[in-house]
Design a binder for this molecule. Sequence first.
Ligand code: G4P
Length: 548
Amino acid sequence: MAEPFFSLLIYVCVGVFMANINDEISRRRTFAIISHPDAGKTTLTEKFLLYGGAINLAGSVKGKATARHAVSDWMEIEKERGISVTSSVLQFEYDGYCINILDTPGHQDFSEDTYRTLMAADSAVMVIDASKGVEAQTRKLFKVCGMRGIPIFTFINKLDREANDTFELLDEIEKELGIATCPVNWPIGCGKNFKGVYDRQKQCVVTYSDTQKGTKEGETSVIPITDADKVLEAIGDERKSVLDDEIELLDGASAEFDLDKVRQGKLTPVFFGSALTNFGVEIFLKYFLEMSSTPLSRKAGDCIIEPTEHDFSAFVFKIQANMNKAHRDRVAFMRICSGKFDAAKEVKHVQGGKVMRLSQPQQIMADSRKILDEAYAGDIIGVFDPGIFSIGDTVCSPKDNIVYDGIPTFAPEHFARVRQIDTMKRKQFVKGITQIAQEGAIQIFQEYNTGLEEIIVGVVGVLQFDVLKYRLENEYNVEIKLENLPYEHIRWIVSEGTDLDKISGTSDMKKIKDLKDNPLLLFVNSWSVGMTLERNPGLELSEFGSAQ
Ligand code: G4P
């Protein structure tokens, strides 16, 4: 009699335990905000935190003009607000959701890490300045999101200022980025005449009063479009007639909302607002949470790992050396892909073939570290790395053997030839530069068939050159000289059986090899890329290198 009872009890307990884990996972939303510098990423993030109750006082982040480009954007919020935010992920609660926003450093911090971070996100919010449209950095980050096919939500910002024509903005997104758009709301005027937005799904006008600047209470006046008198009173004759025309045009011309297409990254829901004056932000956040998906499944070779159907597993997407001078350490950032992380339990580092306890699992704060006991699929953890982890590595429950698909190598855009000043220090130089490349901070290449031993360094953001110089001097005691090269475009050769010797390119083209002996081509401009493709039928080039 007792046996079936205990079996049932165990069954019920396991059931409750799994339900808890699954509930925790399904309330998680992990996304990155992509934008060109100054489009309003920091301001929007700050307003999200305001709604999440992580900060109390909104208002623009002041005094940024002088200090802004020096550090990560989030550190600015931290300094201004006196709150602790992680330097890699911000976590906050809103309306029952547990939200993880990943930092995609812009400005000078822009590096390959910015791209890699997108590998850890389940969706992206693309912030566009309404007076500037699609800009260079947005285009680059979008490309990486597009490669992964993750959902992208668009927030067109700064409607409180003069903006480009709304239809033209949508057209630009579609043409430049190749994604269909579907406005979920529509702005009523802009600049001084910005009255609010029309919510197309709820068919009501949400008006805006700038006395609500920076407060949480904004966006209270919601009028159904059918209540013509009230709408007229709120937005005036002229605006009402323009809005009526625009709604008609939109209903006839814009793509229909289709959540499946959104989830496949083929359609971007578009929202309008003003992060600074805090208008349209909460509407956006609510729709975004409703439309975005729970943590996504991930590919591990031939297997698809579902977040709720497997025990703990995670992959390393970023390694940061010497994050904090006082600690002088290396931290590996991992995205949890399935199950629950329990700090008391051992995990397996698959590539290293070792079972271990993750050392000091934590959420990394700028000036302090919060040790974690548990975390769930969708979350990001930072662990102390004694030099064993590489980007793309998997850790999982000791009984499993999951190997997540690696992270591709992204095209650097700045190149330099690098030499050590003291020729006697060749060994340290090669060791240092190779290690720094293995961490993923830079990419190194070799000359092809020139007989030269020199190394070519490629970086995504120019600041990485300074980091390389500094680290070689300080950690390896090697002084170097960098000679900038004019190349801006790199392509991996993906067509099988292509003979590098036989490729005939433009005069500015350079043939090189990476550390794994893969052949690559360097070009000064994109025109040369096109010409080379034309001259060599069958040649296929890619902006992404094979997984690391
Ligand atoms: P970023 O992280 O994408 O680089 O942008 P950030 O939020 O730092 O915003 C860049 C500037 O744009 C900031 O100005 C910010 O106040 C302003 N801004 C952000 N959202 C809005 C908006 O909705 N409307 C308006 N009018 N401005 C917005 P700043 O650095 O404080 O001053 P300044 O650069 O104007 O001198």
